[in-house]
Write a protein that binds this ligand. Structure first.
Ligand code: PEP
Length: 251
C-alpha cells in the first residue's frame, strides 16, 4: 500500500534562534522546487518554534516540537504544554525519542500519557520506539519493540482523526553512522505493522505511517524508501544543513 512519504527533521539541541530562522528560510526556498508528493516536517528547539513558524507558514513545510508535557497547565517548571505548542503553529510533536527515554528517563507510562493527550489536543504524535544495542545482541529486539509500541498506544482513542506516526529508531543507529540494514528495517517494520493490525485493526494499521530513523543520509535514503513498509524517515544529523536535508526529501 502506498502512503505519502513523511520526511521529518529533528534538529535536537542545535541552532540558535537566528540559525534556525536561516535554515528554515533555506529549506522553504529549496522545497519550492520539490516535484514529488511529500510531507516535510521540521522540529526545532522550543525557543525557535514561533520564529520558524513565521518563516514556513506560507510554505508546505509543517512544524513539530521535539517533546511536550501532558498536563494542561500549572506548576511544572521547565515544561511546555500542548496548548502552548498549538499556539505557536505546531501540527506534530515527537514523543518518546530515545534521548528522552534514556537520558531523561521517560517511562512507557509517561509516553503513553503524552500520546493520549496528543489526541485530546489534536496535535499529531510521532511516537518513537527502538531497541538498544545490548537488547538486539541478546535477541530481544521484537520483545522490546512490542512492549514500547503496545504501551505507547495502550487505551488511546484512535477514533479521533489524527495523523498518528510511528518512528522506528534503533538506539544503536542514532547519530552513529551505523544504519540498520535493509533486512533489519524490513523485518521490524513488517512486525510493527502486524502489531498495529492486531491491536487497532487493519484500516488503522494501513493508514499509519511508519518511519525509520538512525543515520539516514542522502546516500542511503533511496534504499530505505524502497522497503515496502517504510513510509518515511526521521533525520537528525543530516537534517541540520538545508541542502543535505533537501537531498533526502527529494530522494
Ligand atoms: C534522531 O535523533 O531521531 C536521529 C535519527 O538522528 P540521526 O539521524 O543523527 O541518527
Amino acid at each position: 500500500m502506498k502512503r505519502k512519504p513523511f520526511i521529518a527533521a529533528n534538529w535536537k539541541m542545535n541552532k540558535t534562534n537566528s540559525e534556525a530562522i536561516q535554515s528554515a528560510k533555506e529549506l522553504a526556498l529549496l522545497t519550492k522546487e520539490l516535484k514529488q508528493e511529500r510531507d516535510v516536517i521540521i522540529a526545532p528547539a522550543y525557543v525557535s518554534l514561533l520564529s520558524v513558524y513565521e518563516v514556513i507558514k506560507t510554505s508546505d513545510i509543517k512544524l513539530s516540537a521535539q517533546n511536550v508535557f501532558f498536563e494542561k497547565d500549572g506548576a511544572y517548571t521547565g515544561e511546555v504544554s500542548f496548548d502552548m505548542l498549538l499556539s505557536v503553529g505546531c501540527s506534530y510533536v515527537i514523543i518518546g525519542h530515545s534521548e528522552r527515554r534514556h537520558i531523561f528517563n521517560e517511562s512507557d507510562e509517561m509516553i503513553n500519557k503524552k500520546v493520549k493527550a496528543s489526541l485530546n489536543y489534536n496535535l499529531n504524535p510521532i511516537l518513537c520506539i527502538g531497541e538498544k544495542k545490548e537488547e538486539r545482541d541478546l535477541g530481544n529486539t521484537f520483545e522490546v519493540l512490542d512492549k514500547q509500541l503496545k504501551k505507547g498506544i495502550d487505551e488511546v482513542d484512535f477514533t479521533k482523526n489524527v495523523d498518528f506516526i510511528v518512528a522506528y529508531e534503533p538506539v544503536w543507529a542514532i547519530g552513529t553512522g551505523d544504519t540498520a540494514t535493509a533486512l533489519q528495517v524490513d523485518e521490524v517494520h513488517k512486525f510493527l505493522r502486524k502489531i498495529l493490525t492486531q491491536y487497532k485493526g487493519t484500516s488503522f494499521a494501513d493508514k499509519t505511517r511508519i518511519l525509520y530513523g538512525g543515520s539516514v543520509t542522502p546516500d542511503n535514503i533511496k534504499e530505505l524508501m524502497q522497503i515496502e513498509d517504510v513510509d518515511g524517515v526521521l533525520v537528525g544529523g543530516a537534517s541540520l544543513k538545508a541542502e543535505t536535508f533537501f537531498k533526502i526529501i527529494n530522494y
